[in-house]
Write a protein that binds this ligand. Structure first.
Ligand code: FRU
Length: 489
C-alpha cells in the first residue's frame, strides 16, 4: 500500500469491508501483539482521549486510524471498563464526517456534566490548498453511550497571534467556571497553552496564555493537561522543539510536567513552579492524559509510541498501544506514577518469593509478567529481560546503587528501532540508596517503575522466539517476586 495523502484521507466508507477483514486476520496473526495493554484491532492508535468516570464506568477513547499503521484520517475509538484493566470495545465513536472535522477528529477530553458526558475535541480541516484549519468542537454522550455532535464549533477561530497549530482541548471545572486548556503555537513559532473560560460549555472566551515558566517551550505544545494533586496544579504537556539547554531529553518529542504551588485562573498563572521534569525517562511515551477521578485518585494513561518514528509492527498492519493506567501522587513535592492497584488482579499464580545470591533466572517463560526486584544499597548488576540463552539478545537494565545510576539499554536486539535517538537511557538515583523495581513486560512493551513510581521508564522492544528468559546478575542478594499475568486482550 502506498500511503499517499489521498489514501490516508479517504472517507471511512470508501474502504471496503473486505479490506478491513483481511487486515484484521493479518493483525491477529502478528507476533508482537500484546496481552494486557490496550491496542488497536487494526491500524494505528495514538493519544488517549476523554479518560473519565461516567455513568458508573470508566470511559476511555483514543486516536484511531483503522486502515493501516499510519497517521491518516483520525477518529475517536471508545472503550469502557469496570475495573481499569478489562476494557470492552464500543467501536468508533466520533467519526470525521462533518465540515468541521473533515480531516480528522483530533485529541481532546471528557467531563461529566449532569447525566451526560461532555466531549471536547479538535476538528482538523484542510482547505483546497491543504492549509490546516482547526476548530474546537463539542459533543454530548448520553447514558446509552450515544454521542451527538454539537453542530456549532465551541471555538471557530484561531485567536490572534496563534498559527493553525491550535489543538487538544482539555476541559475541567474549576471553582465556578469551566476552563479549557489548548495546545498552540504562536506566530513567533513558540509553544503556548491557551486558557479559555465558559459558564455554559458552549460559549468560550479567551483568558490568555498560561504563564507557567519563563523559558520558551519549543515551537509547539501538544496535549496540555492540568490536574490537581493535594490542591497543587500539575501541568503535563508535550513541548516540541524544546531547547535541550532548558531541559534535557533524548526522544524526538518528550512528555514533560511541572508541579505548581497554586493556580490563579484570573492571571492564567501556575505559581511557584519547580523545574521542568520528564514524565517518563524511557524511549516511547507521549501524550499522557490525566484526570481527577471521583474516587479521589488522580489517574493517568499515555500513548506508548512517538510521532514520526518507525516501529517494526508497521509491517504487520498495526501500530502502538496505551500504557497501563497509573495513579499519580505527590510525595514530598515529587510526582509519583504507579500502576493502579487493580493491576494486581491479573497476577496468575502464587508469587515466588526468593532471596537469591548473585544470580537468578527464569527460563522458557511467556513474555507477559510482573517482576519485582529489590536491590540493596551498594550493589552493581544487571537484569536481562527478553534474553535468549546465549545472552546476546536482551533488553538490559544496569543498576549501580553505589553511584546511583540506572541504565535502560535496548541495543542488544535483532530488531533495532529509531537509532538516531540513541539506544540507552540513564537516570540518576540517590547515591548509596536501595532500589526497588517493578517491571511489567508484555510481549513488545515494557514499563519499569522505579522506587514505587518515583521515576518511570517505558519502552518498546521486539524479541524473537528464543528470547523468553530473564536473568538477574549482581554482587549481592536480591529479593525477587515474579507473577505471570493473565491476558485481557
Ligand atoms: C499528538 C497529536 C495531537 C493531535 C493528535 C492527532 O500526538 O499530534 O496534537 O491532536 O495527535 O492524532
Amino acid at each position: 500500500m502506498k500511503w499517499t495523502d489521498e489514501v490516508r484521507y479517504l472517507p471511512y466508507e470508501k474502504w471496503g469491508n473486505d479490506y478491513l477483514r483481511k487486515l484484521e486476520s493479518k493483525v491477529k496473526e502478528a507476533k508482537w501483539r500484546l496481552d494486557f495493554h490496550i491496542q488497536p484491532k487494526t491500524g494505528l492508535l495514538n493519544d488517549p482521549n476523554g479518560f473519565t468516570f461516567f455513568n458508573n464506568q470508566w470511559h476511555l477513547f483514543y486516536q484511531f486510524f483503522p486502515f493501516g499503521p499510519v497517521h491518516g484520517l483520525k477518529s475517536w475509538y471508545h472503550i469502557v471498563s469496570d475495573d481499569l484493566i478489562h476494557w470492552r470495545s464500543e467501536g468508533v465513536a466520533i467519526k470525521p464526517d462533518t465540515a468541521y472535522d473533515s480531516h480528522g477528529v483530533y485529541s481532546g477530553s471528557a467531563l461529566p456534566v449532569g447525566d451526560k458526558l461532555f466531549l471536547a475535541y479538535t476538528g482538523n480541516v484542510r482547505d483546497e490548498t491543504w492549509q490546516r484549519v482547526p476548530y474546537q468542537m463539542g459533543a454530548w454522550m448520553d447514558q446509552d453511550n450515544q454521542i451527538t455532535k454539537i453542530e456549532k464549533p465551541l471555538i471557530n477561530q484561531v485567536p490572534e497571534g496563534i498559527t493553525e497549530h491550535f489543538r487538544d482541548p482539555q476541559v475541567i471545572k474549576y471553582k465556578n467556571h469551566y476552563l479549557m486548556f489548548i495546545g498552540a503555537q504562536n506566530t513567533k513559532k513558540q509553544g503556548e497553552v491557551l486558557v479559555y473560560q465558559s459558564d455554559n460549555l458552549l460559549e468560550w472566551k479567551i483568558k490568555g496564555s498560561l504563564d507557567f515558566i519563563e523559558e520558551s517551550m519549543g515551537y509547539m505544545i501538544e496535549c496540555p493537561n492540568v490536574v490537581f494533586l493535594d490542591d497543587q496544579p500539575v501541568l503535563i504537556f508535550c513541548p516540541q522543539g524544546l531547547d535541550k539547554r532548558v531541559a534535557d531529553y533524548q526522544n524526538i518529542y518528550p512528555n514533560f510536567y511541572i508541579v505548581g504551588e497554586n493556580f490563579d485562573p484570573e492571571r492564567c498563572k501556575i505559581n511557584h513552579v519547580e523545574d521542568l521534569k520528564l514524565l517518563d525517562a524511557g524511549f516511547d511515551l507521549y501524550a499522557t492524559q490525566a484526570f481527577n477521578a471521583p474516587d479521589g485518585r488522580c489517574l493517568s494513561i499515555g500513548w506508548i509510541g512517538l510521532p514520526e518514528m518507525e516501529y517494526p509492527t508497521f509491517k504487520d498492519g498495526w501500530a502502538h498501544c496505551l500504557s497501563l493506567v497509573k495513579e499519580l501522587k505527590l510525595i514530598n513535592g515529587e510526582l509519583y506514577q504507579y500502576p493502579v492497584k487493580e493491576m494486581e488482579m491479573l497476577r496468575k499464580e502464587e508469587q515466588k518469593m526468593v532471596i537469591h545470591d548473585h544470580s537468578f533466572s527464569l527460563e522458557g517463560i511467556e513474555n507477559s509478567f510482573e517482576l519485582q526486584v529489590k536491590i540493596p544499597y551498594s550493589s552493581i548488576g544487571t537484569i536481562q529481560l527478553y534474553a535468549n540463552k546465549e545472552h546476546n539478545h536482551y533488553l538490559c537494565l544496569e543498576f549501580d546503587t553505589v553511584k546511583g545510576k540506572l541504565t535502560l539499554d535496548r541495543s542488544r536486539t535483532i530488531n533495532p528501532i529509531n537509532l538516531k535517538y540513541g539506544n540507552k537511557r540513564t537516570i540518576e538515583l540517590k547515591k548509596n540508596g536501595g532500589l526497588n523495581l517493578t517491571i511489567f513486560v508484555d510481549q513488545s512493551v515494557c514499563e519499569i517503575f522505579i522506587n514505587k513510581g518515583q521515576k518511570v521508564m517505558t519502552t518498546t522492544y521486539y524479541p524473537e522466539k528464543d528470547q523468553n528468559n530473564v536473568y538477574v546478575e549482581g554482587d549481592n542478594q536480591y529479593l525477587i517476586k515474579y507473577y505471570p499475568l493473565s491476558k485481557t486482550t
